[in-house]
Design a protein around this ligand. Structure first.
Ligand code: GLN
Length: 209
């Protein structure tokens, strides 16, 4: 199993560092080319600037290969700008130019929607089925999830506001689990994407799955 971090722009080293607590080093890969993308079994899309990442994906010939892998069910954990790039729809933001998106996560987001005062903040996040205390959520010029469509399921909340969803094999979060020094979200995502054989049998037995 190889785990990649899309390494075009944004908080790539932070994801890489968080993953080192969870995945043996030789299984981690920075993804910058279509060839590298082809070798990974799961991909992390970092936070950063979604317009820049979109442009670099296009210029680097990665847009189509990534769209194809997303369509094939590649497990992806996308944070912040990463989620923006996967969203079905971006509600126009006052800041103007929004990036194109892959439209694979059934949410409407608006970029930088927490206003200047709360542009960056930290808050306890309740994550579905995550053991232990609430997750320390770091939000940096985060998008807000304005609407969740039928193709996505909320999995994370700050108070009553949805800050994370799942759509098939993809998790999209508006906060940055790679910045809080707490590897539980990275670990949980990979455990669900690659269940141990005994867990797979348990899942198969569970009705409705
Ligand atoms: N504001 C950025 C954007 O719109 C996202 C911020 C982030 O990823 N921390 O792309």
């Amino acid at each position: 199993m190889k785990v990649g971090v899309l390494a075009l722009q944004g908080d790539v080293p932070e994801h890489f560092r968080a993953l080192r607590h969870v995945v043996p080093h030789e299984r981690l890969l920075l993804v910058r080319t279509p060839e590298e993308l082809a070798t990974v079994d799961a991909l992390f899309l970092p936070g950063g600037e979604s317009t820049t990442i979109a442009r670099l994906l296009e210029n680097g010939g990665l847009w189509r290969p990534l769209a194809r892998r997303l369509g094939e069910g590649l497990p992806v954990l996308a944070t912040c700008a990463g989620l923006i790039l996967l969203a079905r729809e971006i509600a126009p933001s006052p800041s103007g130019r929004d990036p194109p998106t892959f439209q694979v996560v059934d949410v409407t987001v608006r970029r930088n929607d927490y206003g200047t005062q709360r542009e960056s903040f930290e808050g306890p996040v309740r994550v579905d089925r995550l053991e232990g205390p609430p997750f320390p959520g770091v939000f940096i010029r985060s998008p807000r999830i304005l609407a969740v469509g039928g193709g996505a399921t909320p999995i994370a909340w700050v108070e009553n506001e949805v800050v994370g969803v799942r759509a098939g094999t993809i998790w999209g979060l508006t906060f940055h689990p790679e910045l809080s020094g707490d590897p539980r979200v990275h670990r949980k995502f990979l455990a669900e994407a690659f269940p141990a054989p005994s867990e797979k049998r348990a899942q198969a037995r569970r009705p409705g799955r």
